[in-house]
Every structure is written in structure tokens, then in C-alpha cells.
Design a protein around this ligand. Structure first.
Ligand code: PGA
Length: 251
């Protein structure tokens, strides 16, 4: 059993509308009560203001899905950490595999984004994870360690302020979840890597993401080094997301 206060973060990806967001937030507010775990939703940038106001006074924290590695200037389409802070973002995802895969984000870019978030007082949720090919080639550990090392190196003494999410790429949106043992194995590797960089590695929440749902959350969250979840598809359905939050509270 893992007694730390857990974090359940929803990743809406490119989903939502003004109407759908209002309905989802209302249902979450009604259902969440005073949770014993931390809860966040990572929303598309145009909806930050809306969700900031919908979540106001609730335990649901606001998160963004990406942040620029630059402070300001001629970077059309980008959103800076300062802008996210203006709208009350508490967390931001950096290095999600969809950003790495479709937008060419390198480890160095991801590390720079994590730095910018921290400098603005926003907690980066650093996503790492191997592809199916990499797992089959026995490279899982070396890939996630390389991805995390770049961020650890860049953020220096702020390592203990990170959140890290292990998201095996082959489990994202596929319905194919890592087994609790597979996930724990990688989480233990990440914990050891953090422990080599900070005395407060135990404080860093290590989330699992990849087809987490109401049925499998409890078992995953019971693992000693799994401190929460980064939930995609299931975070769009209030009842499913609430059930995962409930699982986190009793794990
Ligand atoms: P999923 O997505 O829960 O739909 O697999 C997780 C994520 O990509 O963060």
C-alpha cells in the first residue's frame, strides 16, 4: 500500500466545447466532494479561462497541455508559461508522447519547457514512455531514463518540484494497459533515478498513464511507486473520472 496523497490528472487532449466543458465540470464538482487526493484537468488552451472559472472554489486544479520553451516574442501559435499562470494553471504537461511524436519535441525541448514552467511557478508533469518497438527491443529502461535525465539535468535543484508521468506509448488510447507489475517496475527505475538527483525523490509524484480506467485504476494505484494517474479518454466521462478519483482515495 502506498500512503502518499495521490494525484489524478485528466488529459482532455483536443476534445471539448464550451457546452461539453460546462457539463463535465458541473458533474465533476458535484461528484468530487472533498477528495483525499489531488485532482486536475489539463484542458485545451482556449478553454483555460472558462475552466478556471468553472473550477473556481473547487478542489479541481487547472492544468495546460503544453507550454512554449520561449518567454515571449515571434513564436506564432505558442503559449508561454506566463500566459498559463495568468489563467491560474497549476500544472502543465510537458513532453507528452503525442507532442514528441507529432511535433518533433526532443528531450532538450521538453527539458526547456519544464524549466520555463518551473520558473513561472507552474508544476510540470513530465511525460516519459517507450514505444512498443522500444519495449520489444528491451530498451524500455534506457528510453525512459534518457528522457527523464534531460529534464533532471536542466532543472538542477528543482528536481523535487517535478511530477513525472510514465506513459508507455503502446498503452495510450489503445485499451491496452500496462500490468501493475510492468508499471511498477518502470516506476521503481524512475524513483531510483530521481533519488540519485535529490534527497526528496519520495516527494515526487510518479503518475501512470495509458488506458487507465475505472476498472484497472485501483490495482495500478496500489503499487508502491504509483502515486497517481494521468487519464486521457476516461477523463472525458465524469462518472469514469470520478471512479478513478475514488480508487485513488482508497488505494
Ligand atoms: P489514455 O491517454 O488514458 O486515453 O490512454 C492517456 C494520456 O495520453 O495521457
Amino acid at each position: 500500500m502506498n500512503q502518499k496523497r495521490k494525484l489524478i490528472a485528466g488529459n482532455w487532449k483536443m476534445n471539448g466545447s464550451l457546452d461539453a466543458n460546462a457539463a463535465l465540470l458541473q458533474a465533476l464538482r458535484e461528484g468530487v466532494g472533498t477528495p483525499a487526493c489531488a485532482v486536475a484537468v489539463a484542458v485545451p488552451a482556449p478553454y483555460l479561462a472558462q475552466v478556471q472559472s468553472l473550477a473556481d472554489g473547487s478542489p479541481i486544479a487547472l492544468a495546460a497541455q503544453d507550454v512554449s520553451q520561449h518567454d515571449s516574442g515571434a513564436f506564432t501559435g505558442e503559449v508561454s508559461a506566463g500566459m498559463l499562470r495568468d489563467f491560474g494553471a497549476r500544472y502543465v504537461l510537458v513532453g507528452h508522447s503525442e507532442r514528441r511524436q507529432y511535433h518533433g519535441e526532443t528531450d532538450a525541448v521538453v527539458a526547456a519547457k519544464a524549466q520555463k514552467a518551473l520558473a513561472a511557478g507552474i508544476t510540470p508533469i513530465v511525460c516519459v514512455g517507450e514505444t512498443l518497438q522500444e519495449r520489444e527491443d528491451g530498451q524500455t529502461e534506457s528510453v525512459v531514463k534518457r528522457q527523464l535525465a534531460a529534464v533532471i539535468h536542466a532543472v538542477g535543484h528543482c528536481v523535487s518540484e517535478l511530477v513525472v508521468a510514465y506513459e508507455p506509448v503502446w498503452a495510450i488510447g489503445t485499451g491496452r494497459t500496462a500490468t501493475p507489475e510492468q508499471a511498477q517496475q518502470v516506476h521503481a527505475v524512475l524513483r531510483a533515478q530521481l533519488a540519485a538527483a535529490t534527497e526528496r525523490a519520495d516527494k515526487v509524484p510518479l503518475l501512470y498513464g495509458g488506458s487507465m480506467n475505472a476498472a484497472n485504476a485501483a490495482q495500478l494505484l496500489a503499487q508502491p511507486d504509483i502515486d497517481g494517474g494521468l487519464v486521457g479518454g476516461a477523463s472525458l466521462k465524469a462518472q469514469d473520472f470520478l471512479q478513478i478519483i475514488a480508487a485513488a482515495q482508497s488505494a
